[in-house]
Design a binder for this molecule. Structure first.
Ligand code: UDP
Length: 328
């Protein structure tokens, strides 16, 4: 039996695929290569396909004996989602419904879903617990919340058990140095800052300096991608033991401002990193910091790389050795 990993060649997906493959599991990656890289497959089977291609999904389930699904494939850029909401709802909701349909038809009953801190919107309390009110401030977050809600109803109706993992800011790279973050175009803060350090960009723009935070820039909770991948394995084992559906927040519980991230990157790289002030990015909440007590308590999740400096060091190792990503 195999685990189907949608988006398995993308950033977070490929780190989970590597852990699955290292633990001796059979993995089938389903990826449209929009953000995925075949070099990131870690020896797994690859099906090139899109979530919106229901026929290709069916063919994949027909061909392989799938017993669980990890669903990473999505559009995941906050600013882009504000500009292109239809596309985000199509891929993240309709595409995910196609996947669910194929699971129902093939009697696959367990799913791990990549959700997001963006389901919360501007928090009322920080660190944010799972039950905090959900008021997404952008279509990306709303699309993730919609599918969480769909999963709750489908679980009850079709007996599908699921774990939704709400990532705060996935960052860093696998300790092996074999896989890391490579998006084109790149929108995320840490890779952009490191590209400035490498001389591939002139500067990083700080999106907003007038937020209600101590230094005026946005605060986020950066969580190492390998720690996130490990949480997927724990969630899979939980479902395999017959565990109930659950939703978990995934972060380190420490908030860092954009300016602090740039400062840590200066220390780690020893390079000048030019930053300039820019306008706020539409859809951004000021502050997102997780409480991840629930997954620690219930599934025994123990992040290995919780320090921001360690996360930036590991990201720097990847970017420095792969200045052009997987094409390096
Ligand atoms: N950010 C920024 N400049 C950039 C990219 C991001 O100031 O070039 C900020 C962004 O507004 C957010 C934080 O950095 O407050 C993290 O953004 P990212 O896109 O990495 O992740 P997100 O929080 O949107 O999931």
């Amino acid at each position: 039996m195999a685990i189907l990993v949608t988006g398995g060649l993308g950033y977070v997906g490929s780190h989970a695929v590597k852990l699955l493959a290292d633990s001796g599991r059979d993995v089938v990656c389903y990826d449209n290569l929009l953000f995925g890289h075949v070099e990131a497959a870690s020896g797994s089977t690859v099906m090139i396909g899109d979530l919106l291609d229901a026929g290709k999904l069916k063919e994949t389930f027909d061909r392989y004996a799938i017993d669980s699904v990890m669903h990473f494939a999505a559009l995941a850029d906050v600013g882009d989602s504000v500009a292109n909401p239809h596309q985000y709802y199509s891929v993240n909701v309709t595409g995910s419904l196609n996947l669910l349909q194929a699971m129902i038809e093939h009697n696959v009953k367990t799913l791990i879903f990549s959700s997001s801190a963006a389901v919360f919107g501007e928090p009322e309390v920080v660190p944010i617990p799972e039950e905090h009110p959900k008021n997404p401030t952008n279509p990306y977050g709303r699309s993730k919340l919609m599918f969480e809600e769909i999963l709750a109803e489908c679980g009850a109706a079709y007996g599908i058990r699921s774990v939704s993992l709400r990532y705060f800011n996935a960052s860093g790279a696998d300790p092996s140095g074999l896989i890391g973050e490579d998006h084109t175009p790149e929108h995320h803060l840490i890779p952009i800052v490191l590209q400035v350090a490498l001389g591939r960009r002139e500067q990083v723009t700080i999106f907003g300096g007038d937020w209600d935070t101590p230094d005026g820039s946005c605060i986020r909770d950066y969580v190492h991608v390998t720690d996130l991948a490990q949480a997927h394995l724990l969630a899979l084992e939980h479902l395999e033991r017959g565990g109930d559906s659950a939703v978990y927040n995934m972060g380190n519980g420490n908030g860092y401002s954009v300016k602090e991230v740039i400062e840590v990157a200066r220390q780690v790289t020893g390079r000048e990193i030019k930053s300039v002030a820019g306008p706020r990015r539409p859809g951004d909440p000021a502050r997102l910091v997780a409480s991840s007590d629930k997954i620690k308590r219930e599934l025994g999740w123990k992040p290995r790389f919780a320090e921001l400096k360690t996360i930036v060091e590991m990201a720097w190792e990847w970017h420095n050795s792969h200045p052009n990503g997987y094409r390096s």
